[in-house]
Design a protein. Structure first.
Length: 306
């Protein structure tokens, strides 16, 4: 994994150096690589009859993990919100309110990801698996990390967001991380058949379902990778559907911590409407910061599990 992480760091540095010359096609390439890797993950799961037989159990375990991820991060958000004092909440709308995007529109990328995984699942189950080089998944993962790092390096939004932030809110990504880990420790007690380090690796996806599912599959096998994929997709769905309730019960920072990595893109519209436009820079900074931490934290916990 040192090589994989080097791909991330070196490409991020290269992207930063070339930030004045945007390579927009890299983002598109990242999307296609993720589709390919999720299809391959589906094939691996589909070709494993034992794993197919336990998909129902894995689904329940993934749902439990997702609920505790969100609960842990929301409780942490509430405690943090109370510790820094009440913040002025600005209305998310000015003038005539706009119609909120539909759930299917907001989840378009997630639905496509699920589609490629299911396509691979069906293919792996019904067709002979084509011969692939033993390190095909590893090489593709390195390419993916390179494209992700390059895109992050070229993104100036973090620096812009920092300049607009209440400095206390720069700690929010850490609040999300610690809250999620707290929730996953509870899952460890409820579902002890999976080790603590594996559950912590699953939680460290923070909603980045594609990358976490792929990385954990490569490092810990298809079963844990499938749980990571499903639980982090469910985390995003819970945030999209439940943001208003989370804000009411746990305060205005809760939908941001619940969304994890997705608060820079997928869940940003619902966060803007629920929490107010004043928290949009916080949401973007939060998502991008956690986004960058995912590969390192997953690698760390997988190394402990190994």
């Amino acid at each position: 994994m040192i090589i994989v992480l080097l791909c991330l760091w070196v490409s991020a540095a290269l992207g930063y150096i070339l930030r004045r010359h945007p390579w927009h096609w890299v983002s598109s390439m990242t999307t296609y690589i993720i589709w390919l890797l999720l299809f391959l993950l589906g094939m691996e799961v589909g070709s494993n009859r034992t794993l197919i037989a336990s998909l129902g159990t894995l689904g329940v375990e993934s749902a439990v993990a997702a609920l505790f991820m969100v609960a842990g991060s929301c409780v942490a958000a509430l405690l943090f919100y109370k510790s820094i004092g009440k913040m002025k909440r600005e209305s998310a709308e000015t003038g005539n309110p706009e119609k909120a995007p539909s759930l299917s529109h907001q989840m378009k990328d997630s639905l496509i990801i699920v589609g490629f995984f299911l396509l691979g699942l069906v293919s792996g189950y019904s067709l002979p698996r084509p011969p692939l080089p033993a390190d095909a998944g590893y090489i593709t993962l390195c390419v993916l990390m390179g494209s992700v790092g390059f895109s992050i390096g070229q993104n100036d939004e973090v620096r812009r967001s920092i300049r607009r932030l209440d400095r206390r809110l720069m700690l929010l990504p850490l609040v999300t991380i610690l809250g999620t880990w707290g929730g996953m420790l509870a899952v460890c007690a409820l579902i002890p058949r999976i080790g603590v380090a594996d559950w912590m690796a699953v939680g460290s996806g923070f909603g980045y379902y594609s990358l976490s599912g792929i990385m954990i599959s490569e490092l810990r096998g298809a079963e844990i990778g499938t749980i990571a994929l499903m639980s982090n997709i469910l985390r995003e769905i819970i945030t999209l559907v439940g943001a208003p309730l989370l804000a009411r019960w746990f305060g205005p920072l809760a939908p941001i911590t619940a969304g994890g990595c997705t608060t820079e893109d997928t869940t940003l519209p619902v966060i803007a409407r629920t929490c107010g436009r004043a928290l949009v820079p916080v949401s973007i900074f939060h998502g991008l910061t956690i986004d960058f931490s995912v590969p390192f934290l997953i690698s760390f916990f997988c190394s402990l599990a190994g």
